[in-house]
Design a protein around this ligand. Structure first.
Ligand SMILES: C[S@@+](CC[C@H](N)C(=O)[O-])C[C@H]1O[C@@H](n2cnc3c(N)ncnc32)[C@H](O)[C@@H]1O
Length: 322
């Protein structure tokens, strides 16, 4: 069996016998006015964060959701798009497709606005998405890509890039590792399937996204996810996993490198009312301006006495100046 087959087998098991709390953190799923999430769907919340960003879903986007699980986020996306096949959910595991279909039918009995045809479940996998090039506004995946070995992760990211329209968004939530995961854990296929041993470091993860062609990444949330404790996992010291919510944009990579927004700001404190770096960044005296990490570093080096840069908040919601 390959590790991907082990993962498929694992998800067949947890589709047939839900494992409450498998991947999710302790927060309850996002609730919206008039949205009722069936209990059977909540029990199959196998995501480690959220990929649904409500303030950006007002144009009824077409969403390609990879790895449907119990259908929770597909339902949340459908809440905003509300039209037939607005959400295309791709899932290789038959038992998971069946569980999601059942859960969405229950959702229709509990939500008068919802029609199960809003979510079209298709057989397929992350490496062969069954849609045309440049045909969707959003690709979303929650707690799946971390399972993939690095070269497969790159394949999946490139496949997401292929199907996105220009300017489209890849919305992801995945565990990342605060230090590299030792090989003996990486090779444990069951732990990998459980989203516990395939995670890359933040640097490796974001670099793979950029290498697939995405010119801008926004970090929406970063929080503790799981602790791999030394005795249980045969480690020299405890290893903390975090979960990272990100949005990557299918835009050209600028000549001086991709923009990654992590919540940093730049504040001008010199003698003029305005600072212009001549590269498109205007800073008003005393007023924080959202900047990407690359620009923060450049501005700090340019005028170390007159420009303060603040730390990453790991919570950035758009509107930066790059
Ligand atoms: C950790 S679960 C996450 C489910 C869902 N995203 C959620 O948040 O509840 C991973 C999902 O990806 C599916 N999956 C496994 N291998 C896959 C692959 N190669 N391509 C696409 N989906 C896959 C699993 O069957 C499962 O539904």
């Amino acid at each position: 069996m390959t590790y991907l087959e082990t993962a498929a087998e694992f998800y067949r098991e947890v589709a047939e016998t839900p494992q409450v709390g498998l991947c999710c953190v302790q927060s309850s799923p996002l609730q919206f006015p008039g949205l009722k999430i069936p209990v059977s769907m909540q029990e199959m919340n196998y995501g480690c964060g959220t990929t649904v960003h409500p303030t950006e879903l007002n144009h009824q986007p077409t969403v390609l959701y990879v790895g449907v699980g119990g259908g929770l986020e597909a339902l949340q996306f459908a809440y905003f798009s509300r039209r037939a096949s607005a959400v295309i959910a791709v899932e290789p595991v038959a038992a998971m497709r069946e569980a999601a279909t059942r859960n969405l039918e229950i959702a229709a009995t509990e939500n008068s606005w919802f029609n199960p045809n809003f979510v079209e479940i298709r057989t397929g996998d992350a490496f062969n998405l069954p849609v045309a090039d440049a045909s969707v506004d959003i690709v979303a995946q929650n707690c799946l890509f971390n399972i993939f070995e690095p070269e497969d992760l790159t394949r999946a990211l490139k496949e997401a890039y292929r199907v996105l329209k220009p300017g489209g968004r890849l919305q992801m939530s995945d565990p990342i590792a605060t230090s590299p995961i030792p090989v003996h854990l990486q090779q444990d296929e069951r732990l990998r399937a459980m989203c516990l041993s395939g995670a890359l470091t933040y640097q490796e993860y974001t670099q793979r996204i950029i290498d697939a062609g995405f010119g801008q990444i926004e970090i929406r949330a970063r929080r503790p996810y799981r602790l791999l404790d030394a005795p249980t996992y045969n480690l020299e010291e405890n290893l903390l996993l975090e979960s990272l919510d990100s949005v990557a944009f299918k835009v050209a990579i600028p000549e001086d490198g991709a923009c990654i927004f992590t919540g940093k700001t730049a504040i001008y404190c010199g003698g003029e009312s305005l600072f212009d770096d001549g590269a498109g960044h205007l800073l008003q005296r005393g007023i924080p301006a959202d900047v990407c990490d690359k620009t923060a570093a450049k501005l700090a080096a340019l005028e170390p006495e007159k420009i303060i840069t603040t730390d990453s908040t790991w919570h950035y919601n758009g509107g930066g100046c790059c």
